[in-house]
Design a protein. Sequence first.
Length: 112
Amino acid sequence: MLDNRYKIVLVGIDAQTGKTLPENILTIERTRDKRELAQIYTAANIFVNPTREEALGMVNLEALACGTPVVTFRTGGSPECIDDTCGVVVACDDIQALKTAIKEILYEVEHE
């Protein structure tokens, strides 16, 4: 688990589910507004997509288009759009590697 220094934003969460999550997780209900979604991606330091089934990796591409680096699992179309200049791809379900990649990218962002 990441410590409380990190703020996690989940988009597409219903209000009821949001009430059950820890305080450091901000929930935003689904948005159909493209500008709002772009603002959310742009505000993030990193986009984490721990998907087990991803056909095309579209959300990864959306984050990258907003200049946000991506950490994702090696599934479906996710690896094809990520290289070492814009994010990290880790083995599916390797939570330790996911955490390590998140911390490494955030360290880089904080020390630019």
